[in-house]
Write a protein that binds this ligand. Structure first.
Ligand code: 9J3
Ligand code: ZN
Length: 261
């Protein structure tokens, strides 16, 4: 007989549910003081319900010179599917990826130990992500903390092109027309070097700034990646394997993955 997955939560997903602007869980939001240790504060999003078991937590960093507000649509979007999300401000908006990686880990530690959502979080199921240098920082975090369950780099930028030490499941999303972190010199070599389960979505004609606007395809894959690897919820594999098709009028320039998973 099949053993129920204790981490799976919410109804069986459909194409409509994973592209909807909100998920099944009501979300509580609060500001994070800039006086916290190791990162610059930000905003916390967590499912209000206390009868769903514990939640995984995902820390997200904006890019160079940007604040959390630049990508804040992702906070409630992910949290409403059953995750605690920490949207960070960086200590300085000029911090580079190694610092952003440390700050993402500090934000997870704060969330688990000191945040209003601490009692809701399963400290063994944590993830990171971010935009540009924040995405590059999420790879740094995964390199430093192999116990992470998932990485979500969006238009990632890093001067380090080689991440073979990273075995944490990683979904990279890049833009075909990104001239700041071109996929050919960032996302593609990052993806090729990763050693664990991975997927790479290249968005047709998208610029470096695609993560700064709500996008149903980005949300669908990010939610599915977090569900699959943070919650071990294989009900979401259908959106990752074989994954979105390219060609014609598709938003997809290319999609690669290491399915089945
Ligand atoms: O976080 C980013 O948008 C990084 C792109 C960048 O401006 O890098 C130049 C050093
Ligand atoms: Zn490296």
């Amino acid at each position: 007989a099949q053993v129920a997955n204790p981490y799976a939560k919410g109804p069986n997903p459909t194409e409509a549910s994973v592209t909807a602007t909100t998920g099944p869980f009501a979300v509580t939001t609060s500001n994070i003081s800039s006086l916290v240790s190791g990162f610059g504060g930000g905003r916390l999003y967590y499912p209000t319900a206390t009868n769903q078991g514990t939640y995984g937590a995902i820390a997200l960093s904006p890019g160079f010179t940007a604040g959390w507000s630049s990508i804040d649509w992702l906070g409630p979007r992910l949290a409403s599917f059953g995750f605690v999300v920490i949207g960070i401000e960086t200590n300085s908006r000029y911090d580079y990826p190694p610092s952003r990686g440390e700050q993402l880990l500090a934000a997870l530690d704060w969330a688990v130990e000191d945040s209003p959502a601490a009692s809701r979080i399963d400290p063994t199921r944590l993830a990171v992500g971010g935009h540009s240098m924040g995405g590059g920082g999420s790879l740094e975090a995964a390199s430093d903390r192999p116990s992470l369950k998932a990485v979500l780099p969006l238009a990632p930028w890093n001067s380090d092109k080689t991440w073979n030490e990273v075995q944490v499941p990683t979904l990279i999303i890049g833009g075909e027309s990104d001239t700041v972190a071109p996929v050919g010199s960032h996302s593609t070599p990052f993806y090729n070097s990763l050693s664990g389960e991975k997927a790479f979505l290249e968005l047709n004609n998208a610029s470096h700034f695609f993560p700064q606007s709500p996008n149903n395809l980005v949300a669908k894959l990010a939610i599915s990646w977090a569900k699959r690897w943070v919650d071990n919820d294989t009900r979401y594999s259908q959106f990752l394997c074989p994954g979105p098709a390219s060609g014609g009028l598709s938003e997809v320039q290319a999609y690669r993955q290491t399915c089945p998973f």
